[in-house]
Design a binder for this molecule. Structure first.
Ligand SMILES: *Cc1c(COP(=O)(O)O)cnc(C)c1O
Length: 391
């Protein structure tokens, strides 16, 4: 099994205890044992699947087998959401008094964990400009236990030099946790560049159909065991039906990502032309300041791009209002194209000041290209941008 599609379709065969082509949904909270010895053994089995669903369920193990295979890691686990994956991993790997380094441009929830949650637990944090590798070296102290990376970052599509930052972190005894949600393992495998744990909002591309909230973590068995121990206590367990749906969505990840990436590239290229668009942020464009770096760690450039409209927040609203195929909604990675105003989207998690500090301009619109026909998407988005000029 060498190709990504083949591996996605067959990697979980050994953890499907039946011969059903589509595995059953283990809609059960618990599992019975033959005798006390078997019961006692299953109670202490790490990442087992036959004790209690909060500890593990066959539907979890099937998704985990595919995710580990795709990310090229020894092990993986699933959680109830992407944020559950992050908080469980962070709580599993740090203690009060530790220091964590993150990025200025990062998913709003991650930014809030760094700025609002961790300081309350006695964990100090520093956020750095990810485009400046030396900034990570300056931020890391002898107390730094964890470096949180996200590349490309949401919503600005800035790129982190994974190998260089992992080397700096490891030289100082810190672990690297990388959010691979936007790239997916089809496009980028952070573990190959030294990331210790890779995490996903599986709500996005891994599931791919906007009908499940889920998260995933991939890394060495040793680190995942530490995280899993805390997952038992945070209890952010993925329901068996949602795990089953996630596996069904995951089966087509490689073929979907190919179309998402092609549509992302086509939209980014076309949006460089309309005068109403002041800037296009997309790592696949030669105009992206880190395009050369992106080509060294990504095989393609993803389905998400961001544009800055001339005229700020008001122009962003007018542009969004002119879209007819693309819909205004949070999230990304589903079959339909979604466009959002990031400065509005994260007000529930970050203060207005924190949003400004994250470098999110008021005129920024993030577009997550879906699987529609490229020509239709171009018509929709370019017509909206061109109409702006006519105002
Ligand atoms: C959506 C998202 C998350 C959060 O995941 P949820 O499944 O919504 O909890 C984390 N990181 C990135 C990059 C995201 O886009």
């Amino acid at each position: 099994m060498t190709g990504a599609s083949t591996r996605t379709i067959h990697a979980d065969r050994d953890v499907n205890p039946t011969q059903a082509i589509a595995p059953p949904i283990y809609q059960t909270a618990n599992f019975w044992a033959d005798d006390l010895a078997a019961f006692a053994a299953s109670a202490v089995e790490t990442r087992g699947t036959s004790f209690y669903t909060r500890y593990g369920n066959p539907n979890h193990a099937q998704v985990a087998a595919v995710v580990a295979e795709l990310e090229g890691t020894e092990a993986a686990m699933v959680t109830a959401s992407g944020m559950a994956a992050l908080t469980t991993a962070v709580l599993g790997l740090i203690s009060s008094g530790d220091h964590v380094v993150g990025q200025v441009s990062t998913y709003g929830g991650t930014a809030s964990v760094l700025q609002n949650l961790l300081p309350r637990l006695g964990v100090s944090t520093t956020m750095v400009d990810q485009t400046d590798t030396a900034a990570f070296a300056r931020a890391i102290t002898t107390n730094t236990k964890l470096v949180l990376l996200e590349t490309p970052s949401n919503p600005l599509l800035q790129v982190t030099d994974l190998a260089a930052v992992a080397e700096i972190a490891h030289a100082n005894g810190a672990l690297v946790l990388a959010d691979n949600t936007l790239a997916t393992p089809i496009t980028q495998r952070p573990a190959e560049f030294g990331a210790d744990v890779v995490w996903h909002s599986a709500t996005k591309y891994l599931n791919g159909h906007s009908d499940v909230s889920a998260g995933a973590l991939a890394g060495s068995a040793e680190l995942l065991d530490r995280i899993w121990d805390v997952g038992l206590l945070t209890g952010a367990v993925l329901g068996p039906i949602d795990a089953w749906l996630l596996l069904r969505g995951l089966r087509t990840l490689p073929i979907r990502v190919e179309r998402h990436n092609a549509n992302g590239m086509a939209l980014a290229e076309a949006l460089e032309n309309p005068p109403a668009v002041a800037a296009v942020h997309y790592p696949g464009l030669a105009s992206h300041p880190q395009h050369a770096l992106a080509t060294t760690q990504m095989s393609s450039f993803g389905g998400v791009l961001a544009i800055e409209l001339v005229g700020g927040g008001e122009a962003a609203g007018a542009f969004l209002g002119r879209l007819t195929i693309s819909r205004i909604a949070a999230s990304l990675g589903g079959v339909g194209t979604l466009a959002v105003h990031p400065a509005s989207m994260w007000r529930g998690m970050l203060s207005d000041e924190q949003i400004v500090e994250a470098g999110v301009p008021l005129g920024l619109v993030r577009i997550a290209a879906g699987l529609e026909d490229t020509a239709d998407l171009l018509d929709d988005v370019i017509a909206a941008a061109d109409a702006m000029d006519a105002r």
